[in-house]
Design a binder for this molecule. Structure first.
Ligand SMILES: Nc1nc2c(c(=O)[nH]1)N[C@H]1C(S)=C(S)[C@@H](COP(=O)(O)OP(=O)(O)OC[C@H]3O[C@@H](n4cnc5c(=O)[nH]c(N)nc54)[C@H](O)[C@@H]3O)O[C@H]1N2
Ligand SMILES: Nc1nc2c(c(=O)[nH]1)N[C@H]1C(S)=C(S)[C@@H](COP(=O)(O)OP(=O)(O)OC[C@H]3O[C@@H](n4cnc5c(=O)[nH]c(N)nc54)[C@H](O)[C@@H]3O)O[C@H]1N2
Ligand SMILES: [Mo]
Length: 802
């Protein structure tokens, strides 16, 4: 095992100066008693526990996974791994993996064989399509499968069945990243590169706790901070995160006021003349409307709304306004908060008016969260059409129909794609009658869990769940399909800076578990989906063939994969798309010479109103942006719903710790990670705790209009008036536990979160609810914690936090 990477998650520094290559450092972790020389094979892979795409090799001995080692040559991590990567491979061998399909008989789930399980799904699909049409079927997938799997699912759902009800949990995760990119640049596609960290002289992190959520890129920032001419850091986060502790300027705004803050930053940048008039003139439209919008948004105006000193806002404006090479990153503190898309777009505006795009160190990363969320989006498993095609542009639909050899009318495109929150609503209302959930655990991760349980529990909803474990969600299923996972199947995926990695099969899956691709292929074959000439619609049978099929679909699109092959991806490093004959080594940055994909004939969307979310239409788009430049899209600040009130005086927010991934189906089965963060906790400001007479470690209840949660109190990391709860913890007695009984407090943060979403991206607002805090029981002893990651949990093992 490595040095204690629980207490020291980021490991030793390898300092470096600007524009130098980031030195390699190889991290590894092998099972106790196994030496590197014992390992029989090292199999190439990359991490599936965040969007970083850290490249690694899986160590195999006697047909078992016995550890991992970072790949020194890879552009993303140069050998480094973070704590979850180092330890979580152990979860593959959990004794409670699903090894056989299950079907519901007389109310109970019982083991069966694949043919029975798939037979039931096919019979139900056919009878529902006959009786109620294709729209009675819905699919809710993930940001954690492989590209080949999403593409296959998108083809079979859209052109095979013909349902518009297909979305990913990327709706909870990166819907706003995609939408913000579309609104500003006409198309999805990450502009910047991780290598911009090497060159930037200022890095601004907006609602992004990168230290805990993309810990390897934080190592890269830490290495810059320790080297010559370190970059200045701006952190915008209501909590004192590890990022905030290292920031040059930390702004801790009131929750949900991001747009007010950004408008004040834009106001100052314009007022002080820090703009790039040449770039604005040459590459953008809409600058004048922005100037009008932010004219009255002085730092003093925002100071009142955000409860941040005006002088600190001015300092932040100077930091971003005077940088020569500004890199910004945006994540869930924006995407899951009030006015998500409007706020994320203002960060794009900052870069557009400063001309900070497309060159080393200057760029914006509208981040992804999940490892493969980029692929859900580009393959069209997220509601949009594959290859960032515009569903409102008949030429784009016809082009897709050509690739699939179907009639354009076979691809549903007469309305906006159904988003996940709407799919659940349709299931609630009874019009979606079969819901197939793959690689996501909505009974813990969606808002308002009491409601989600009621939806999943409906007798008339035929529920299929494809997972590794009998999760909280799987317990409601009519059919449970046991899936193979990372290390047990082959496929590719793309990280947040467009780097494509190949992840190869290292060992066999347990029992009868099968790769998700095989399950989707089996379904397509049994359903007999055909193209317009009567040939099989899904005409591939292996991951590599699926990849080749996807390449054809991506050809000529922003996410062009035509220059990639599995053989090429077996090289020393992942490769960034677009990768073509013209750019055989991939493309480090998009938009080096202005924007490519915003032309009305090429764009992925004609834009939406940033307040109401209403589509603005082709005529509007053609009139404001006839030449296809980048769009500067202003937005007014709107006060969040769920603002504190007398009965619920706190603002609740939720998020992550470095030690766990999501609903802990993997990390909750790994001793090192469980021990580091065994239980849910509630963070409160020192001053609020003092006012309420609460001490560290006290057992408290958090309540909102939706429900209640019980956990131990932790003091000092959030701004006054805010509560923070990690969302990783599901039912009390996982695995296989029960939901909280009616009226009793649960353990999952989403018991507390109301159903509300951004009108533009439709991403749920997990980060603002009005809440109350009450004492249940005094702590028996002073609390302790691991102390390294400062927003870390209470731990029975750790040092005392003083
Ligand atoms: N260790 C770990 N890493 C992960 C994951 C994981 O589960 N565990 N999940 C991955 C996934 S899918 C995702 S999406 C990413 C998420 O990565 P992040 O977005 O970095 O993580 P979060 O903790 O959800 O939220 C980030 C910050 O938003 C702040 N915040 C809350 N409300 C507001 C607000 O109104 N304004 C501002 N400015 N900030 C606010 C919170 O205090 C929090 O520190 O992480 C990825 N990486
Ligand atoms: N309150 C609150 N709620 C949130 C968030 C928040 O910050 N606060 N964040 C949101 C975000 S950003 C996200 S991304 C979601 C995440 O929410 P979920 O996607 O529901 O969380 P996971 O636990 O990652 O669920 C993935 C499931 O897939 C299974 N799985 C893993 N690998 C495979 C595989 O190869 N095949 C199959 N078939 N199954 C597999 C796992 O066992 C697990 O059950 O949560 C969202 N919910
Ligand atoms: Mo996410």
């Amino acid at each position: 095992m490595p040095g204690d990477r629980i207490a020291d998650p980021w490991g030793a520094r390898t300092a470096y100066g600007p524009s130098k290559p980031w030195p390699a450092r190889v991290d590894s972790c092998l099972a106790d008693g196994v030496a590197e020389t014992d390992v029989e094979a090292w199999v190439q892979a990359a991490s599936l526990l965040h969007s970083d795409g850290d490249a690694m090799d899986i160590a195999v001995l006697d047909g078992r996974i016995v550890g991992v080692r970072g790949r020194a040559g890879d552009r993303v991590n140069r050998g480094r791994l973070e704590p979850k990567d180092l330890y979580a491979w152990q979860a593959n061998a959990s004794p409670d993996r699903l090894t056989r399909p299950l079907v519901r008989e007389n109310g109970r789930l019982v083991e069966t064989d694949w043919s029975t399980a798939m037979g039931r799904i096919v019979a139900r699909s056919r009878s529902l399509i006959d009786a109620y049409g294709p729209e009675s079927l819905g699919f809710y997938t993930s940001g954690q499968l492989f590209l080949e799997e999403y593409y296959t699912l998108a083809v079979l759902a859209r052109a095979g069945i013909g349902t518009p009800h297909l979305d990913g949990n990327t709706r909870l995760c990166t819907a706003t990243a995609a939408e913000a990119l579309k609104e500003s640049f006409g198309s999805d596609g990450q502009p910047a590169s991780y290598e911009d960290i090497d060159d930037a002289d200022a890095i601004a992190l907006f609602g992004h706790n990168i230290a805990e959520t993309q810990a390897v890129q934080w190592m890269r920032i830490l290495d810059r901070l320790e080297g010559d001419t370190p970059p200045r850091l701006l952190c915008v986060d209501p909590r004192l995160t590890p990022v905030a502790r290292r920031a040059t300027v930390h702004l801790a705004p009131r929750l949900g006021t991001n747009v007010a803050l950004l408008n004040a930053l834009l106001h100052e940048v314009i007022r002080r003349g820090w703009t790039d008039p040449g770039y604005i003139e040459g590459h953008t439209v809409g600058y004048d409307t922005l100037c009008e919008q932010v004219e009255a948004c002085s730092p003093r105006w925002a100071a009142d709304i955000c409860d941040v000193p005006a002088a600190a806002i001015e300092e932040a404006a100077e930091l971003v306004g005077t940088a020569d090479r500004l890199l910004s990153t945006v994540l869930q503190g924006f995407y899951q908060a009030n006015q998500a898309t409007a706020a994320a777009v203002q960060v794009n505006n900052l870069h557009l008016i400063r001309g900070m795009l497309g060159r080393p160190g200057a760029g914006v990363l509208q981040m992804n969260g999940q490892p493969t969320a980029e692929n859900t989006r580009e393959c069209g498993a997220d509601g949009d059409l594959p290859g960032f095609r515009n569903w409102q542009n008949e030429d784009h639909v016809a082009d897709l129909a050509r690739v699939w050899n179907v009639e354009p009318s076979a691809i549903p495109h007469d309305g906006p794609p159904t988003h996940a929150m709407e799919i659940f609503e349709l299931a609630e209302q009874g019009s979606v009658r079969m819901l197939w959930i793959s690689a996501t655990n909505p009974a813990v991760s969606l808002p308002e869990l009491a409601r989600i349980r009621t939806i999943l529990d409906q007798k008339d909803l035929f529920l299929v769940v494809q997972d590794l474990f009998l999760t909280e969600t799987a317990q409601f299923a009519d059919v449970v399909l046991p899936a193979a996972t990372w290390g047990e199947k082959t496929g590719t995926f793309t990280n947040a800076d467009r780097t494509v990695h190949l992840c190869e099969k290292a060992v066999d899956p347990p029992g009868q578990a099968r790769p998700d691709l095989d399950v989707f292929l089996d379904y397509a074959a049994r359903m007999g989906f055909q193209d317009k000439d009567g040939a099989p619609l899904v005409h591939w049978s292996s991951p590599e063939e699926a990849f080749e099929a996807w390449k054809r679909c991506s050809a000529g699109r922003p996410c062009d994969y035509t220059g990639l092959t599995y053989a090429k991806l077996r090289g020393p490093t992942g490769i960034q798309w677009p990768c073509t004959d013209h750019a055989p080594d991939g493309t480090d940055r998009l938009y080096a010479d202005g924007v490519d994909w915003a032309h009305p004939d090429r764009c992925e969307t004609y834009g939406k109103d940033l307040v109401s979310g209403e589509p603005l239409g082709e005529d509007w788009y053609r009139s404001v942006n006839p030449d296809g430049k980048a769009l500067i899209r202003p937005a007014p600040y709107m006060q969040p719903k769920g603002w504190p009130e007398e009965e619920y005086p706190f603002q609740l927010t939720t998020g992550r710790t470095i030690y766990h991934f999501h609903t802990r189906t993997k990390t909750g089965r790994v001793p090192e990670l469980v021990e580091a963060a065994p239980e849910v906790w509630v963070e409160v400001a020192e001053s609020d705790a003092a006012r309420l007479g609460l001490a560290e470690g006290d057992l408290v209840d958090v309540t909102t209009r939706c429900g209640a949660l019980r956990g131990r109190l932790r003091k000092g990391t959030v701004r006054p008036g805010v509560l923070f709860v990690p969302f990783h913890y599901g039912y009390w007695d996982t695995p296989g536990g029960n939901a909280p009984a009616a009226g009793l407090p649960g353990r999952a943060a989403n018991e507390l979160i109301p159903t509300r979403w951004d009108p533009v991206s439709k991403q749920p607002q997990f980060k603002t609810a009005a809440a109350a805090l009450t004492l249940v029981e005094r702590a028996a002893a002073p609390a302790t914690g691991p102390g390294a990651a400062d927003s870390g949990p209470l731990s029975p093992r750790g040092r005392s936090r003083s």
